[in-house]
Design a protein around this ligand. Structure first.
Ligand code: BES
Ligand code: ZN
Ligand code: ZN
Length: 496
């Protein structure tokens, strides 16, 4: 849907909209709800009692108010926020998402809602969470739908947030727009979003928002010595691109952070071919890139006091007469040689060169996001990303940013003993264990860490980047996971 959020200083019942929403938390109204109830001769509380409305999370009750046109809202909507215990800003965020879906389902084009739990969490925090949730929950992917109900295709909704913080709503809009931008990139089919197209979009975004941009084509990639990256890319008719974006603050920055995102626009597995059902979601293999580009978008708008450089090695992992094979030895940009034992462990090869490059161009710390291993999904499931750090402080910084952003990450160990598995008798390293699958997320992280001495955080987002079912903050498809963490890490007040 096309959702416009407006913050207002006024109370719910002072804003002329056909629908007024108030929350019910622990079976009770807030001050806003009580005001609206009083103004309508207790119609709300009477109906609530009569219909035994408990206000479980997401439960709603629509009440006609019988106001005449132009004299206040025609309807009230009670929105359940659940029990008093265990409530958090995530409750507010998820309430925002559920609320816009419910309002759209009821067919309203305009509504006003109270800013849920403002009293508990403060106006700024509650406004931010509600607005972010609403804008994420209103996301739909329907670019390629030519038929179907209008409700699935871009209807408009204007939502007023009563007594909300204007700056918090604006900030949430910047962040949610960046997440939805990343979702769009992930959801684009791989025949459309080739490496060249991804580069094109990154470059258009950079131009629009005043970021520096440099794109390399396949010849420049080869000439630069990115043999690991090039090895993965060489099998596809769609040539690779190396994407570099830079955000520079107005005053010279004291800190330079590099973000690296895995950019496989499709991963068939190559000659170590994935079974067809495992290929179904593999357009998501550029979700790390999408997160990094989405974050850059918000950073360009939020203008933090830190220099941010983004790098994406975009390629497609395909099969052909020119594709790389098992046993090939690739020479990485770092000079290290890598024996390929599995062409499906391609991400780490592309990332190795991107990380080396990011390091050489200058960075005080690197944060890298990739849909890297199925093993990480086995370990942590589909909701949680694995966090690997070669530097405890930088690891904690990223973890805390994720916590503030409301994205779930969990630290996993970089157990040096497992490096044994990456020893090759032919080259300096091999790209996988070979036959054993154990500890696959860890060995992948250890592999990446071979390519920089700088503080490096690797987030394995193979689980949460993509979902085949609708979730609390959006529909099936790309989730935009990582964007909020990166913005929290770099774009916020704490970043300087
Ligand atoms: N892109 C995949 C990882 C992946 C799996 C992402 C599931 C999203 C959901 C990656 O390139 C891959 O295939 N990894 C292999 C590594 C193995 C060959 C060592 C894997 O996880 O099986
Ligand atoms: Zn793969
Ligand atoms: Zn992959």
């Amino acid at each position: 849907m096309e959702l416009t959020l407006k913050s207002a200083r006024r109370y719910v019942d002072e804003i002329p909209a056909p629908l007024a929403v108030v929350g019910v938390w622990g079976g009770e109204f807030s001050e806003e709800g009580n005001k609206l109830d009083a103004r309508h001769r207790k119609a709300l509380s009477k109906m609530m009692e009569e219909l035994h409305f408990k206000g479980d999370f997401g439960e709603t009750l629509l009440i006609p108010l019988g106001s005449r046109k132009g004299e206040g809202p025609g309807f009230a909507l009670l929105f359940g926020l659940g029990k008093k215990r265990g409530v958090s800003l995530e409750t507010v965020r998820q309430a925002g998402a559920r609320l816009v879906q419910e309002i759209a389902r009821l067919g309203f084009k305009e509504a006003v809602s109270e800013t849920f739990l403002s009293d508990k969490f403060g106006k700024k925090e509650a406004s931010y969470a509600l607005a972010e949730g609403a804008l994420l929950g209103g996301y739909a992917w329907n670019k390629y739908k030519t038929t179907g109900p209008a409700s699935k295709r871009g209807e408009k909704l204007r939502l007023w947030l009563a007594r909300a913080s204007g700056p918090a709503v604006e900030q949430a809009a910047i962040v949610a727009e960046a997440v939805n931008y990343a979702r769009d990139l992930v959801n684009e089919p791989p025949n459309v979003l080739t490496p060249a197209e991804l580069a094109q979009r990154a470059s258009a975004m950079a131009q629009e928002l005043g970021l520096e941009v440099e794109i390399w084509d396949e010849n420049q990639i080869k000439q630069a010595g990115m043999g690991a990256f090039y090895g993965v890319a060489q099998g596809s008719a769609n040539p690779p691109r190396f994407i570099q974006l830079t955000y520079k603050p107005q005053n010279p920055a004291s800190r330079v952070i590099a973000m690296v995102g895995k950019g496989l626009t499709f991963d068939t597995g190559g000659y170590s071919l994935k079974p067809s059902e495992a290929q179904i979601t593999m357009k998501c293999d550029m979700a790390g890139a999408a997160a990094v580009l989405g974050a850059m978008r918000a950073i360009a708008r939020l203008k933090p006091e830190v220099e941010v450089r983004a790098y994406v090695a975009a390629a497609e992992n395909m099969i052909s007469g020119t594709a790389y094979r098992v046993s090939d030895v690739l020479k990485s940009l770092s000079g290290k040689t890598i024996e390929v034992l599995n062409t499906d462990a391609e991400g780490r090869l592309t990332l190795a060169d991107a990380i080396t490059y990011a390091d050489r161009r200058g960075a005080d710390a690197i944060v890298e996001l990739s849909t890297l291993t199925g093993a990480c999904v086995v370990a942590l499931g589909e909701k949680i990303a694995g966090l690997f750090a070669n530097d405890a402080r930088w690891g904690r910084e990223v973890q805390e940013a994720a916590e503030r952003a409301g994205e779930k990450v969990w630290p996993l160990p970089m157990e040096e003993e497992y490096l044994e598995a990456l020893k090759s008798s032919t080259a300096d390293l091999k790209n996988t264990h070979g036959r054993s699958r154990s500890g696959g997320a860890i060995t992948a992280a250890l592999f990446l860490a071979k390519f920089t001495e700088k503080p490096l955080v690797h987030l394995d987002i193979a689980g949460p980047a993509y979902t085949e079912k609708a979730h609390a903050l959006g529909p099936a498809g790309g989730t935009g996971f990582g964007v909020r963490t990166l913005i929290e890490l770099l774009g916020g007040d704490e970043a300087s």
